[in-house]
Structures are given as structure tokens and as C-alpha cells.
Design a protein around this ligand. Structure first.
Ligand code: GLC
Ligand code: CA
Length: 545
């Protein structure tokens, strides 16, 4: 049976996320920029990716590294100009790569013209672009807290009102209830489509339909109404990929978001699997070991539920998350093996894989002292927890494990000073392990993590079973193996991963002789049923005609 959008290019695609300030600096100011990305398009084409999700490059005071936009139709001078952006889109196209823009629509910067106007008076035509409540200084409308610490309400003495912000005080929430706001946003998106954007990632999109009086932030009652309107007005019928970031998505909701009838988005980023290693009901900083069976159960559920009724995003990493090899792999003795195992595990599943810059090299977390971190979330949390009486060493341990700067250290291109990222002083320290872990040393090594990612991307494009094969989890209750099958009318994939550091025997029957090994992470195999530390293999078998 054909699905409605079976032909969508993005079902076969692999997306690469660039965090521009940390990717490649071209002018020596220590900050990555658009011209830097253009210089690295050959590298990306070689890897084989289809699209770049570009974290925000629009004009911004950089309070939250660009997730606080002051002009949606201009590029921040730190990154380049509109002309550079147009050139990036054109040049990327020559390398068969599309550019996915990051749309931050839940909030703007407080330095956006709209907010500057809005705060002037209650009668200002832009006032209602944001969310205001009356009150008295020192008595915010309610107890809601902002994600980056402090109250979610900020007092503006000139007009004696509070405005609402889910993130920093410099990120006032936009009022989606106001149709004028929505219209401005749609026009702006349309403008980027005309400039050649190949798609959009929609930042914290599940938080746009907030109802602060009821304490509602995510999944507000009008959320899907707004998304459908946006889709109808700007996305529908165009050759775009759209991916919503939705921390609050369940498989049920994801079927709405990624409905094959194109009424909303192509897919969503969901986080159910990625928040497992924290104490239940607490914050990400409250560390807990990964419950492995739970990880399997969740990924299995998402595979099963969305099959034919939606579409998954497959990812371990992004700019907000720690490095997966340090997190759920082993960044010491088995760094290479475990990085490849995690890649093989993820890339065999149904969905669109995302690679976050440096993941394809097996880049690791950075273990810095507090002064070396730049992230607003990390710095605020450190201060708040110290005030609350937490032990400084414990806070640092949490930051080493979960801090967002782990993912934001500069890309490690080669073994020269500052890893070839900049001729100047990098805005965030380079991870000291760059002499060992860098792109130059991996590009021509067929056993490198890079080679493994490159091959996985090629395999996805070779065999349809990656895209349309049904998913079946094997060994659901096994404490060590992550194993599954994919199957369509012509072929079967078998993916077997030893998720941990001991040697194990695979407990199921397998027709080792008659399967073809597509990819693995050890050189030679003596006894196929034996899986060494972090060993992963992907086999294919072809049905008889
Ligand atoms: C998203 C972004 C994150 C940002 C936040 C506020 O979660 O990924 O980096 O801080 O939204 O825009
Ligand atoms: Ca620069």
C-alpha cells in the first residue's frame, strides 16, 4: 500500500546540524560564520548528507546564542550578511545540499523592533504582539518559572505591566493569539522560502500556544490549530522539510505533527528517549544511570506507533545535549567502537537521521572549569544551585555530564592550533583532545568513525528497506543487546548491538552464513555469535525470487 507522501525526499535523507558559531571561523574573530560553512561544503558532500539544519544565524544580541532574534530578515554581522546567506544557499545547492533554517517563533529578542514598540505603551499597535499582565512591582501574576531560571514574568515600570518569558528575560514570548503576529510570521517564512530555504526547524514549537494564567506552556489547547494554519498558509504543497522541536510530544501527538496528509510538519524532534538518565520528576542536572530496558521500550514504541502514520526523527545529539559517546557510549578505551555502535543502532531504524556536527568524528564532552563555560543555562544554574546550598563539585559533575557547551565546543578539523577552527581566540575553548580526535586524521582512514557514518548514509540510499521496512524489536527484555529487524517484501535487515563493555553471546538463532554483513565495528569476526565490547553489526538478507 502506498502512503500519501511516500515519495518525499526527506524520508531517504540524512540531515546534518551545524551550530554556526562553533563550526568554522573564516575571519579570525574566533566565531564560526557563513563563509566558514561554505569552505566546508566539500567535507559535507563527501560525508553524503542531504541537508544542513543551520542553528539560528539571524540578527541577535546573542543572549541565548541566536535563539533570541532581533530581526528575522537579516543575518547577524557576526555570521556574515544576507548576501553571504544567499551564497551559502546557492553553493550548498551545487553540493546537493539544502539549507534548513531554524525558526524561533515562540519568542523574539527584547531588542526586536516589535518588542521595543510594545513596551512603550499599552496603546502601541505592537503591544499585543507579546503577553502582558497587570500587577504590582514585586508581585508577579503567578509563580511560573523561566527555563533559564528566575520568574517567567518581568516587570516593565514605564507601563506598569509584566511580560511573559519562558526562557531568558531577553526572550519575551510572542502572543500567538494575535492574528497579526501570525500573519507577520507567515510573511517572514515566505520570504525565506523565496530566498531558497529548503526547509525549517521550528524551535520549541509545542510552547507557542501558551496560556500563562492557567500555567500552560507546552501543548496548549490551540497548538495544532496554529500549526495547521501555518502549514496551510506557508508550507503546504512546497518541496520543504519541516521539523518541529517538541519536548512534550508523545507518539499520539506525533501522529498529528507528522500526519502523512501534510497538514502539519514532516516530523518532530521528540525527547522521550533522551531524558531518561535523570532522576524522575527532577531536572536534567539530577543525574541517574540510563535505564537501558526503558530506552529500548521507548524507541520501540515510537517505531511501532509512527509506522505508516507519521515519521520519526532519529537523533542522539543536538546543540542542547551532551555528546552521545560520552553519555551512553564509552569515551575512553572504546570511544571508536561505541561511537560506531550508537551510529549503527540509530541509522538502521525508520525515520530521518540527524547528525550533529562532530558526532561523525566521535567528539566527546568537554570537562572544563566553571569559568570556561559560556552557556546562559549552565551559568545561571550554577549560580542558582550554589545559592540553594548545593555542593560546587556536584554541580560541576552535572555540568560535565549534561551542560549544553559539551556540544558547542569548536569543531575539531585538524591537529593544528585551535583544531583548525580559528586563527584567533575561539569564543569557547577547544576540547583539548583535538590532536587525537579530528576530521583530518579520519578522512582517509576506513576504520574511522567518520567512515562509519559515511557508509551508513550510503547504505540508506542504496536499500529501500531502510525507508519502508517494518520494524521489529528483538530480545526486548535482554539487559545488554539492542537488536532489531527491518523487513520489506524483498529484504531483511538485522541489526545487533552489544550496548555495553563486556563480551556476550547472542542468544538467538541466526543464519550467519546466509546473511551479508553490511557494516560492523570490528575488523574480523571469528565466531559470529560472540559480540565483543560495544560490538555492532548490520546484516542484510535478500528474499528468494
Ligand atoms: C530550544 C533550543 C535551545 C534554546 C531554546 C530557546 O530548545 O534548541 O537552544 O535555548 O529553544 O529558544
Ligand atoms: Ca568569524
Amino acid at each position: 500500500m502506498k502512503q500519501v507522501n511516500d515519495e518525499k525526499w526527506w524520508k531517504k535523507a540524512v540531515i546534518y546540524q551545524i551550530y554556526p558559531r562553533s563550526f568554522q571561523d573564516s575571519n579570525g574573530d574566533g566565531i564560526g560564520d557563513l563563509n566558514g560553512i561554505i569552505c566546508r561544503l566539500d567535507y559535507l558532500e563527501n560525508l553524503g548528507i542531504d541537508a544542513i539544519w543551520l542553528s539560528p544565524v539571524c540578527k541577535s544580541p546573542q543572549d541565548d546564542n541566536g535563539y533570541d532574534i532581533s530581526d528575522y530578515q537579516d543575518i547577524d554581522p557576526m555570521f556574515g550578511s544576507i548576501e553571504d546567506m544567499e551564497r551559502l544557499i546557492q553553493e550548498a545547492k551545487k553540493h546537493h545540499i539544502r539549507i534548513i533554517m531554524d525558526l524561533v517563533l515562540n519568542h523574539s529578542s527584547d531588542e526586536h523592533r516589535w518588542f521595543q514598540e510594545a513596551r512603550k505603551s499599552r496603546e502601541n499597535p505592537y503591544h499585543d504582539y507579546y503577553i502582558w499582565r497587570d500587577g504590582e512591582e514585586g508581585c508577579p501574576p503567578n509563580e511560573m518559572r523561566a527555563c533559564f531560571g528566575g520568574s517567567a514574568w518581568e516587570w516593565v515600570p514605564e507601563i506598569k505591566q509584566y511580560y511573559f518569558h519562558q526562557f531568558s528575560v531577553k526572550q519575551p514570548d510572542l502572543n500567538w493569539e494575535n492574528p497579526k503576529v501570525r500573519r507577520e510570521i507567515y510573511n517572514m517564512i515566505d520570504w525565506w522560502i523565496k530566498k531558497g530555504a529548503g526547509g525549517f526547524r521550528l524551535d520549541v514549537i509545542d510552547q507557542i500556544a501558551k496560556e500563562p494564567d492557567k500555567g500552560i506552556t507546552a501543548n496548549g489547547p490551540r497548538l495544532h490549530e496554529f500549526i495547521r494554519e501555518m502549514s496551510r498558509e506557508v508550507f503546504r504543497g512546497k518541496d520543504l522539510i519541516t521539523v518541529g522541536e517538541a519536548w512534550g510530544a508523545t507518539p499520539e501527538l506525533a501522529k498529528l505533527y507528522s500526519n502523512p496528509d501534510d497538514s502539519e510538519f514532516s516530523m518532530v524532534f521528540q525527547f522521550e528517549h533522551i531524558v531518561l538518565d535523570q532522576e524522575e520528576g527532577k531536572e536534567k542536572w539530577d543525574l541517574a544511570p540510563l535505564p537501558f530496558l526503558k530506552l529500548k521500550e521507548i524507541l520501540n514504541r515510537w517505531q511501532m506507533e509512527l509506522s505508516g502514520r507519521g515519521w520519526n526523527s532519529l537523533f542522539w545529539n543536538n546543540h542542547d545535549l551532551p555528546r552521545i559517546v560520552s553519555r551512553w557510549g564509552n569515551d575512553g578505551e572504546y570511544r571508536v567502537e561505541s561511537a560506531k555502535m550508537l551510529a549503527i543502532l540509530l541509522h538502521g531504524m525508520q525515520g530521518t537521521p540527524y547528525i550533529y556536527q562532530g558526532e561523525e568524528l566521535g567528539m566527546t564532552n568537554a570537562l572544563y572549569a566553571i569559568e570556561d563555560y559560556r552557556d546562559i543555562e549552565t551559568r545561571n544554574m550554577y549560580r542558582e544551585r550554589l545559592e540553594k546550598g548545593y555542593d560546587a563539585a556536584d554541580i560541576i559533575a552535572s555540568i560535565h555530564a549534561k551542560g549544553r557547551d559539551n556540544a558547542r565546543t569548536p569543531m575539531q578539523w585538524n591537529a593544528s592550533e585551535n583544531a583548525g577552527f580559528t586563527q584567533g581566540i575561539p569564543w569557547l575553548r577547544v576540547n583539548p583532545n583535538y590532536k587525537e580526535i579530528n576530521a583530518a586524521s579520519q578522512l582517509h582512514d576506513e576504520n574511522s568513525v567518520f567512515a562509519c557514518y559515511k557508509k551508513l548514509i550510503r547504505l540508506r540510499k542504496t536499500w529501500d528497506v531502510f525507508v519502508d521496512g517494518t520494524f521489529r524489536m528483538l530480545l526486548e527484555d535482554d539487559e545488554n543487546f539492542f537488536a532489531y529487524q527491518r523487513e520489506n517484501a524483498f529484504r531483511k535487515l538485522l541489526v545487533i548491538c552489544n550496548f555495553f563493555g563486556c563480551t556476550l553471546e547472542y542468544p538467538l538463532e541466526a543464519d550467519w552464513e546466509n546473511m551479508e554483513l553490511l557494516i560492523g565495528n570490528y575488523d574480523s569476526i571469528e565466531r559470529p555469535e560472540i559480540f565483543r565490547p560495544y560490538e555492532a553489526r548490520m546484516y542484510i538478507s535478500h528474499m528468494e525470487a
